[in-house]
Design a protein around this ligand. Structure first.
Ligand SMILES: O=c1ccn([C@@H]2O[C@H](COP(=O)(O)O)[C@@H](O)[C@H]2O)c(=O)[nH]1
Length: 232
């Protein structure tokens, strides 16, 4: 898998999502299906988008006891997506169990990546809300190393941490980075952000972009702007 822009399709139902993807007329952006769409439209939305030829990152961020996560991954593996994820905070054992569950009887599986610290978290909320009194990038590196130890393929982090994750975990360890905004854009609830051009400079493998594209007056032009800044 090479560098790419993943579009977060945070819509409440299949109709709005498919109408949005229709605007791309023949282009097949890499699609992220998150909780809103998956819970609103059900698993069939994965099959519908896959059948249209898109790659899919299923962003359900599992976080539970190892047995429950393993069993849930055994269900998700049959959806045939390209990337699945979970929270690294669930422990190394939970991540190992997830990997076991996601692996099909023939040995194949989607890529599995771990959320380190949500890009809506900053140093203040880390300390005050979560009582984690270490620098946020240190926490991200610790969770990334745990994910690598568990055998995962990479992490979700801010582009701010992508370079250091590669230094610590290796160039092949994937960095999938939300928290991306245009220089002239609204940050919203995101806290650790970079532009697509900055994410390219620091070596993010994938940028995940939602509202700057989905809420744009011309979503296809906004997508093209991301592609040209990030990939060139
Ligand atoms: O740390 C994380 C993990 C996941 N996300 C998801 O990415 C998109 C970002 O959407 P924007 O509209 O570009 O903010 C969204 O679906 C999040 O659930 C994240 O932002 N940060």
């Amino acid at each position: 898998m090479g560098k790419d822009v993943i579009v977060a399709c945070d819509f409440p139902n299949a109709e709005q999502t498919l109408a949005f993807l229709d605007k791309f007329q023949g282009r097949k952006p890499f699609v992220k299906i998150g909780m809103e769409l998956f819970y609103g439209a059900g698993p069939d939305i994965v099959r519908q988008i896959k059948a249209r030829g898109h790659k899919i990152f299923l962003d359900l961020k599992l976080h539970d006891i190892p047995n429950t996560v393993k069993k849930a991954m055994m269900v998700l593996r049959d959806l045939d997506v390209d990337i699945c994820n979970l929270h690294a905070a669930g422990t190394i054992r939970m991540m190992e169990a997830a990997l076991e569950g996601l692996t099909r009887p023939d040995g194949s599986r989607p890529l599995l990546i771990a959320v380190t610290q949500l890009t809506s978290t900053d140093q203040e909320s880390l300390e005050k809300d979560l009582l984690i009194e270490r620098p946020i990038d240190e926490v991200v590196m610790h969770y990334a190393l745990n994910a690598r130890k568990a055998g995962l393929d990479g992490v979700v982090c801010s582009p701010l941490e992508a370079g250091k994750v590669h230094d610590v975990c290796g160039a092949d360890f994937l960095t999938v980075t939300p928290g991306v905004r245009f220089a002239d854009g609204d940050v919203g609830d995101q806290k650790r952000v970079m532009t697509p051009a900055e994410a390219k400079k620091v070596g993010s493998d994938y940028i995940v972009v939602g509202r700057p594209i989905t809420a744009a007056e011309d979503p296809v032009a906004a997508y093209e702007r991301c592609v040209s800044e990030f990939i060139g």
